[in-house]
Design a binder for this molecule. Sequence first.
Ligand code: M7G
Length: 319
Amino acid sequence: MSDIVKRSEVSEESTPRKKQKIETQTDQNVLAHFQMKSVLRDSTREKTIFIHGEVEDQEAIVILEKTPIGHDSLPEMLKKSTLELKMKNDIYSTYQLIPPAHLSDMKTTVICPATQKHVKKYQVQETFLVEETEEDYRSITLPYIQSQSFSVQWVYNILEKKAEADRIICEDPDPKTGFVLLPDFKWDMKQVDDLYLIAIVRSRDIKSLRDLRSEHIPLLENILKKGQEAILQRFSVPACKLRIYLHYQPSYYHLHVHFTSLSHDAPGCGVERAHLLSDVILNLKGTPMYYQKRPLSFPLRADDNLAAKFREAGKLPNC
Ligand code: M7G
């Protein structure tokens, strides 16, 4: 794991001028200028907190996450930490362990400038399951995606090597079957237990699972095979320990595939949103227009504008 590097990550969803400003601030500790407004969500189980605030009059979101303990750091952690006894009873004792500073860092993600849509994405909300037919997609979802989905500028920056070029794990330049595989910004790359990478396809005209047809099978098989090989070679994680899937609905409408460690309960890996890539390939082999024709179910947050559109169309009658 010595070739795994640590780095701070910043959303690319900003204009070039603003981006420049944010990157400079990040280098000098952007959090020093962060004015907290509210906690959007707090997960004690995932040990993550999502905070909404402002950085110099720009809306911002900061995500702080305590990451798993790396096996490599255990000997040093056990030897060099300070232990404060909290309780002792018979053979049982609990302590507060204070590790050396370099072993107690926290993964931090900054989104700035953040949009209202980002704020909603991270807020706690009730969710509903929606069943979307082919007709619903055409009349409700597609117009919605075209009018108000998140910018995919960060994706184009990766494909054009304007951002994260040094993080690429493997790439295939073919315009039809090619892709770029790199660490997802949810992963700090410190240990493989929570491994998380994404493969971003080169083709710019496939928005999501819904657009996939049998002609895309070579692309999907290429991502599956080369992604698995690259992860084995670079991180020594075999294919049988990977969960490889697509989200429907995704947050970003440029086709990408998630590669996560099977032992990691990654956000969004539940059956209501994740579609295993191997199943997608089999479905397309059996029925070339499977994803165009079949109703697809997915969760929607109560305050999501897409949920409002489904409600208006009478598709969420009791919600
Ligand atoms: P998704 O299924 O569209 O949405 O996946 P989700 O965020 O609801 O899962 C997009 C994936 O891209 C997510 O896993 C994000 O963590 C990841 N991601 C988003 N951004 C803005 C970046 C980025 O700038 N760099 C990298 N490396 N990953 C990103």
